[in-house]
Write a protein that binds this ligand. Structure first.
Ligand code: PMP
Length: 409
């Protein structure tokens, strides 16, 4: 993929220019991705001329909306290599997906003495839901350490797992360090003691080819807004048999079979977990996002996008290595995410100076305070890439860092 290609790709994203029409060097795609025109248009159509509710209407518009909504579920299933669309539960985002698993599967399967494994680098949304269910059930949490270069330490995971461990919940790709989990090995380790594996796929879904069978996990969650789709929609994937054994977590319309005051019965999955009017337009726009991403990826598929972004990350690391005041964090080989700290400059100050140069990075704890504690820093600066990123973004970042150095010298 060359720079001309990404330049033309940038033109698909109205968000990638400033109010003055200058290029905006958006390096915060790990937080949320900019939206291509195709997604914005799909959302506008769904909210406009196509709009109606799903599943209930007998009129044509509603029937069409239902077809569109369910087509989105099928599209997600195909994108992640799921066996059936019945394995795809629409949720509000990854956070809700993890809360669903913790509260439904967790409440039914965890008890006093059971243990949950998380890693040191997890996002708060893959920590707090487990703390809440641990409190309710009497289960306890163990923390899997990291290797020196910031990968989840699978030797340590294998050594710590016992029959008391019921679930292992890990980030597929770290949102701070870009480190990539050896998911299959983690799955083998979890399954060897009869535990389930949940993968937080927030950062992998927009960057990697996914195949649920190959990954061999039990639960997979991601957010649509990081995959160039809208906010307010995400996915929980699990095999039908596992979903079918899980109790509902929220009650309401659409998730029932029969309701009587004496007792109600529930619909099979995925509807059992989708109480209320769903995110109709968001699902349809997510469909458009996946179509766009796969079109851009071309015959090389998601592997091509991964290679493009991780090459940009490697270039950024190589360039930052020669800046004396910069300390890089995380592994050399990563997805398109680079975290660093600058000696004597708070990441927030760096972020503010870069903003003046039309460069947007993330500065803070990235919702990973336990990882910050482990790294011994209160915050990091993070540059993260998307399919529209190119070397002009890295150049702008480096110019801004140089200027920051001069200001703080
Ligand atoms: N996990 C990871 C690794 C993330 O990067 C994020 C978003 N920063 C989340 C979970 C939470 O995603 P959301 O806020 O979209 O639910």
């Amino acid at each position: 993929m060359n720079e001309t290609e990404t330049l033309s790709r940038k033109a698909d994203f109205p968000g990638l220019v400033t109010a003055d029409g200058d290029p905006w060097h958006y390096l915060d795609t790990a937080a949320t991705a900019q939206k291509p025109r195709a997604v914005i248009d799909a959302m506008a159509r769904a909210l406009g001329e196509d709009y109606a509710t799903v599943h209930r209407g007998v009129y044509g518009r509603s029937a069409n909306m239902t077809l569109g909504f369910e087509a989105a579920r099928k599209r997600v299933a195909r994108f992640i290599g799921a066996a059936s669309e019945n394995e795809v539960v629409f949720v509000r985002g990854a956070t809700e997906g993890i809360n669903l698993v913790a509260q439904s599967w967790g409440a039914a399967n965890l008890k006093e003495g059971d243990r949950i494994v998380l890693s040191q680098l997890e996002h708060h949304s893959n920590i707090v839901p487990w703390q809440l269910i641990a409190e309710r059930t009497g289960a306890a949490i163990d923390v899997c350490p990291l290797t020196e270069n910031g990968l989840i330490d699978l030797d340590a995971l294998e050594a710590m797992l016992t029959e008391r461990h019921k679930i292992v919940a890990l980030a597929h790709v770290s949102n701070v360090l870009g480190s990539i989990l050896g998911a299959q090995r983690a799955a083998r380790a979890a399954h060897s003691v009869g535990a389930k594996l949940l993968l937080d796929g927030c950062q992998s879904a927009p960057r990697m080819r996914l195949d649920m069978d190959e990954l061999d996990c039990d639960f997979f969650v991601f957010s649509g807004h990081k995959l160039y789709g809208p906010t307010g929609i995400g996915v929980l994937w699990a095999r039908e048999k596992l979903l079918d054994a899980m109790p509902p977590w929220q009650g309401g319309g659409a998730m029932i079979e029969q309701v009587a005051f004496e007792q109600s019965t529930y619909a099979p999955p995925p509807q059992r977990f989708e109480a209320g009017t769903p995110m109709i337009c968001e699902a349809i726009a997510l469909h458009a996002a996946i179509d766009y991403v796969e079109k851009v990826a071309g015959p090389g598929g998601m592997e091509g996008l991964f290679a493009h972004e991780s090459a940009l990350a490697a270039k950024t690391r190589a360039a930052l290595q020669s800046v004396n005041s910069v300390r890089l964090l995380g592994p050399e080989k990563s997805a398109g995410i680079v975290s660093f700290v600058m000696e004597g400059v708070h990441p927030h100050d760096l972020g503010t100076i870069l903003d003046e140069e039309n460069v947007a990075i993330r500065a803070g704890h990235h919702c990973a305070q336990p990882l910050m504690a482990h790294l011994g820093v209160p915050a990091t600066a993070r540059a993260s890439f998307g399919l529209y990123s190119d070397e002009s973004d890295i150049d702008a970042l480096l110019r801004g860092i140089e200027r920051t150095q001069k200001i703080f010298a």
